[in-house]
Design a protein around this ligand. Sequence first.
Ligand code: ATP
Ligand code: MG
Length: 349
Amino acid sequence: MSQSILILPGDGIGPEVAAAAKACLQAVAELEGLEFTFSEAPFGGAGIDACGEPLPEETLRAAEAADAIFLGAVGGPQWDHAPKRPEQGLLGLRKALGLFANLRPVKVFKGLEHLSPLKEDRVAGADVLIVRELTGGLYFGEKREGDDEAFDGCSYSRAEVSRIAEIGFKAAQGRKGKLTSVDKANVLATSRLWRKTVNDLSSQYPDVTVDHLYVDAAAMALVTHPARFDVIVTENLFGDILSDEAAVVAGSIGLLGSASLGASGPGLFEPIHGSAPDIAGQDKANPSGAIASAAMLLRYGLDQPKAADRLEAALEAALLHDERTADLGGTAKGSAFAQSVLAHIQTAQ
Ligand code: ATP
Ligand code: MG
């Protein structure tokens, strides 16, 4: 059975890194005996240029019909004064697809420990997946704003907590089997419901070990003992803060991927970096974050864990053994580094 992948190259370095990711997906598919069909659609600034809209109607229809969506990056100074912003396309797409879970893995790659602001022996082996709730909590609660008083409401239902916790449990099953739920249950009612819901669900996942941390303790542990974590599941605001903190621990934004998932329908996979207009079109962009996102697309989007393992192993090998791109202190062009990953795909298991 063929699986369909929609590629939204987007803007800036988006098309360069998307091309590298696509080449990797094709190579892995061939070796693993998988059948993928690829299509492309304009999105972000490229959507504005082509159709006057950051999320053209046809792109949205193609997205809804796809099994998984890969996005390069959106935005750039040329659209600063456009009537519509490229980033609006991303908000629209997330909403249309009902993407309520954001997965941000933070890995300290072998041979790159020196990039972390933390001591090398402290970060060695750190490999954390942060699962952040994306559609509830303080961001979307009732708001009142006056000159002397302001109010932000925070609410979560059991159903909202359950569905994000389930994603955390399932992700832990495919990793080291450890789930850390992060909350502030000593002061917040929503956090007490969160904790209770996670505990109630845990009997359905006997192979996953669960612990709970207050968000302040979790923020400390991410810098003192990052390797203690496997999967972290947390609510919207805590996840926003912790995922940026964790990304800094890894040392480079060019290395990390992300996934946004809904209840059914396609997930959206994209590197965490932006469109980097300062280096676009010069073959300088590090494709690693895009390739890591492609591996997540295989794992969480198409349920192809063996193919995902192969691609991740190839990326790790290339980062360890081959000439790196300039952002990592090397001299390789982005396309040359992508070729290195392709070569390791042939030999990685
Ligand atoms: P956003 O588009 O989310 O606002 P930003 O402007 O904060 O993003 P980026 O566009 O990611 O950030 O770029 C920040 C810096 O990191 C730039 O100097 C850019 O050149 C560099 N950078 C980003 N991604 C990469 C990459 N894949 N390879 C090399 N350098 C990168
Ligand atoms: Mg930017």
